[in-house]
Design a protein around this ligand. Structure first.
Ligand code: ZN
Length: 140
């Protein structure tokens, strides 16, 4: 492990211990929940869009789970504000792993991508392109 990796590990622990945008929005445009049963992670994402119906204005998350899942949700919440829904939907697991900055074992990838999947599914449900009550990481 190099110094760079240590720095990213510190960042993950910091987001885990001091999560950004933790809580629930009073007036979300959409909110969605998901879980990673393999690890016991649960995430709720609240997203408010600007008046254009496209630009993400405000994000909050809440949940419970391992450091990777919660830190990933916290980091994602800080990255999404200002992005469009299309940009959110274009994100993939590599974007999340780049954001975390550490090597993630295949088992932990589900922890890492949970928040992203919840936000994306929420956006697709909002657009009427998807119909599900809850996102789970066991689907893929
Ligand atoms: Zn986990």
């Amino acid at each position: 492990m190099g110094l760079g990796s240590d720095m990213y590990r510190q960042q993950i622990l910091d987001h885990y211990k001091n999560p950004r945008n933790y809580g629930e929005l009073e007036d979300p445009t959409f909110s969605h929940v998901g879980e990673n049963p393999m690890c016991g992670d649960e995430i709720r994402m609240d997203i408010r869009l600007a008046d254009d119906g496209e630009t993400i204005e405000n994000v909050a998350f809440s949940g419970d789970g391992c450091a990777i899942s919660q830190a990933s949700a916290s980091m994602l919440s800080t990255k999404l504000a200002g992005k469009t829904v299309d940009e959110l939907l274009e994100m993939d697991r590599d974007d999340v792993i780049d954001m975390l900055g550490v090597d993630i074992s295949p088992m932990r990838v589900k922890c890492a991508v949970l928040a992203e999947k919840v936000a994306q599914d929420g956006a697709e449900i909002y657009r009427g392109e998807l119909d599900k009550e809850k996102t789970t990481t066991t689907e893929d």
